[in-house]
Design a binder for this molecule. Structure first.
Ligand SMILES: Cc1ncc(COP(=O)(O)O)c(C=O)c1O
Length: 377
């Protein structure tokens, strides 16, 4: 999309605005599939749950990782027109409920659909046995998240040393463990995390086999990094490493799943905001825009992801601060942006803001989330 198109959309729809380009989603999906051909691609809906994004990926033949019942239903909307038998096949083949902790009501609701669900502890196993005995199980392993932008291993994943006992416990309860999974942490730029995780998973599957449990599925999770800056090594390089380890460590009949979120959608969205205030504090220019860290820029807080603002107008730039529209001082988008001299009503934009951004937007201070428009759907 050109800057002229972006500016014209902002003039038409007003600000704050998020523009999602579905051509970019299709391109990212094609790249993922081309470089990791063995992996079935489950889009992690949490990264951006816009129904139009789910629809585009559904049309491309993607599978889905959901983390809540509303996310499950969002995918289900796309298969409502199918026969009950086709729906059931789709859910079994193409949906994983990958939140290791689930309330009993969710398990009760999920049971009729017989999906794959993850677990990582005994209490969860007991709940699944009681409320969703028809689900297929995937055991989530704790693996190194060193250097990933968002660390997940302190919250989820069983110790690899307990893994086979947890698999055995599930079978003893009459459940079926179909696979093991891991997550190396989101925006994983340390590719060794994947290498180590694959080796841990291979060792667990080998031990399970010697104890009589054949595990069919390996789910390599998410974490595939978006190219936010030039320091992020290319996805192709990561894929080469993963493919080499998959070939070396796993039998060809093991089914490989992956759950990319950020990689598919981060580069597909651009936020456009308007300057609504301007001040000079301690000699530094401060701009106030009509979006905030409680809205589209929420990833600054929740996702530890810095976003950079650019101006549509050109001119000599200087270091300035950019704040959001709310009354909270935490609502600081950046203390060091490089922008030309801006006037109130000028527009600014932030690229690569499609993942974990509008997804965690709130209504704080009464400001609604930014309008989202979709192009090239
Ligand atoms: C279980 C699970 N799978 C996949 C993802 C998506 O990760 P990413 O956006 O880093 O690809 C997440 C993100 O938190 C997750 O928790």
């Amino acid at each position: 999309m050109t800057l002229e198109q972006l500016e014209s959309l902002a003039r038409t729809h007003g600000t704050p605005l998020v523009v999602v380009d579905h051509d970019v989603i299709r391109r990212n999906y094609a790249t993922f599939r081309a470089h990791l051909p063995k992996a079935q691609c489950y889009y992690a809906v949490k990264a951006n749950p816009e129904p139009a994004i789910v629809r585009t990926l559904y049309r491309l033949g993607a599978s889905f990782d959901v983390a809540s019942m509303p996310e499950f239903m969002m995918v289900y909307e796309n298969i409502r027109h199918l026969s009950p038998r086709e729906q059931q096949d789709f859910i079994w083949d193409k949906i994983i409920y990958a939140n290791p902790i689930k309330p009993k009501e969710t398990l009760q609701a999920l049971d009729q659909y017989k999906p794959l669900v993850t677990y990582d502890n005994r209490a969860e196993l007991e709940k699944i046995a009681r409320y969703a005995p028809h689900a297929g199980l995937v055991l989530r392993l704790r693996v190194p998240n060193t250097g990933s932008m968002v660390e997940l291993s302190s919250k989820f994943g069983c110790d690899p040393g307990e893994a086979v006992d947890l698999i055995a416990a599930a079978f003893r309860m009459g459940l079926v463990v179909e696979g093991v999974s891991f997550h190396v942490g989101s925006q994983c730029t340390n590719f060794e995390n994947f290498v180590q995780a694959l080796n841990i998973a291979a060792a667990v599957m080998q031990e399970a086999r010697t104890r009589g449990y054949e595990i069919q599925i390996l789910d390599i999770g998410g974490g595939f990094p978006a190219p936010y800056n030039l320091h992020v090594k290319p996805f192709e390089e990561l894929a080469r490493k993963i493919n080499a380890e998959l070939d070396r460590l796993f039998a060809p009949e093991v089914q490989i799943l992956a759950e990319p979120g950020r990689f598919l959608v981060a580069t597909a969205a651009t936020a456009v905001a308007r300057v609504i205030g301007k001040a000079v504090r301690d000699g530094k220019k401060c701009y106030y825009i009509d979006d905030s860290v409680y809205h589209t820029f929420s990833g600054i807080i929740f996702d530890h992801c810095p976003y950079h603002l650019k101006a549509f107008k050109s001119g000599k730039t200087e270091i300035c601060a950019v704040f959001g529209q709310t009354c909270d001082a935490l609502d600081t988008i950046s203390l060091a942006e490089e922008l030309p001299d801006l006037e109130i009503e000028d527009l600014v934009y932030a690229e690569n803001i499609g993942a974990y951004s509008s997804a965690s937007s709130t209504w704080f201070n009464g400001f609604p989330p930014a309008k989202v428009v979709h192009v090239n759907e």
